[in-house]
Design a protein around this ligand. Sequence first.
Ligand code: TXA
Ligand code: MG
Length: 382
Amino acid sequence: METKLVQIGKGGAFTCEDEAYLREAAEIIKKGGLVAFPTETVYGLGGDALNPDSSRKIYAAKGRPSDNPLIVHICRFEDIRRIVSRLPESAVRIADAFWPGPLTMILPKSRAVPRETTGGLDTVAVRFPSHPVARKLIEYSGGYIAAPSANASGRPSPTLARYVAEDMDGRIDMIIDGGEVGIGLESTIIDLTVEPPRILRPGYVTREMLDGILEKTDIDVTIIKPDSGQAPKAPGMKYRHYAPRGRLVIVEGPPEQVIAYINRQVEEDRGKGEKTGVIGTTEVLEQYQADVVKCIGNREAEEDIARNLFSVLRELDEEKVESIYSESFPSKGLGQAIMNRLLKAAGHRIVRLPADENGTCINARESSKTNHHNESDGRTIK
Ligand code: TXA
Ligand code: MG
C-alpha cells in the first residue's frame, strides 16, 4: 500500500488546501482505512472506532497484540454518551477541568463500541484531544476515532510525522504531518470504574491536579512499585515499551557521581567495541565522554524533558548506539510520567548510586522481579 503524506496547519490557521486534506483523510477513515494524525500528546494511528474491521487493521499495522485496547477519541463532550453505558458525576467533573486535553477516562462501554476496539473488555477508554487537527479530523470522520500511538508496537511513541513514517510507511493510507507535538508523552489514563478512581498511566495531568478535582485518587501499584509482581490494569502498561534498540541503563544519584559512573561505564563498553551514548541534561552535558551525547533539556524544565524523551530515544537508534546511559529525574508531578516511560524504555535497569565502600553500586537492579513483555514479539525480559 502506498502511504500518502500531507502537511496541515503549518502556518497556523487552516487553509483551503488543509481543509481538503482533512476531508480526504476523513473519507479514508469512514471507508475503514487508517490515517495517522497529530494530537497534543503524541501522533495517533486512527481508524473508525465503531468499525471492528478498522480496529483489526490498527492492530495489524502496529503489530500490536489484540488484547491491548484502543482509546476512542471524540471531539465534543456530548458524544461520550453514545459509547459509555454509565456516566458518573466524577467523569463530568474531570471533563470540565481537563477536556479537551491530555487525559483519558476508562468507563463502562455501551453496545455501540465493538469488542475489537476494547481488546475484549467491557470498558472503553475515552479521550477528547485539544489539538485542532485531531478535533477536525474526528468531527469530519463521524465523531469516533480509535487511535493508539502511531509507533510500531514496542517502539517509542512518535512526536514527529517523520517518526510515524519510519514505522508506518506502506502500512497505512495516510500520514498527516502537523509538526512537532506539544507534550510528547501519552495522555494520563484514569479508571473511573473503580472507587476511588485510579490512575493507570501517569501523564501531563498529574495526580496532584486530579486530587484538586476529585476527593481522592489512587495510583496503579505497578506504577509506583514496578517490582510488585502484580499485573497493571491497563493491558498496554505490561509491555516493555518505548524501547530503543540499544541497551539503556538509568543512573540515579548525586550529579558528580552519576557523571563519573557513566564515564567509567562508557569507557568499559567502548573497550568491548560498543558504540556508546548518553542522555543528559544541559547543565552537565559537556562532561560526558560517550560517542553520542544527547541533550534531553534543562534539568529545571520538566516539560522540555517530557517533550524530548521519545525523540532522543529514536535519535540514538538512528545513530546505532549500542549502549546507552541516562540521568534519572525526580518522580514528582510530571516527573512521574517521565520516569515511568524512561524505566520502561530501560526494561527497569537502574543503577542507584552512591557506591558502597567496596566501590560496588548498591541496589543496581537489573529488571528486578518484574516480567516485562516485549509488545512486538511477546518475549519476556527479566
Ligand atoms: O495520548 C494518548 O493517549 C495517545 C494519543 C494518540 O491519543 N494514545 C495512546 O494510545 O497512547 P495507546 O494505545 O498507545 O495507549 C493506550 C493505553 C494502553 O496502555 C491500553 O492498554 C490502555 O490505554 N487502555 C485502553 N483501553 C483500556 C481499558 N478499557 N482499560 C484499561 N486500559 C485501557
Ligand atoms: Mg502506545
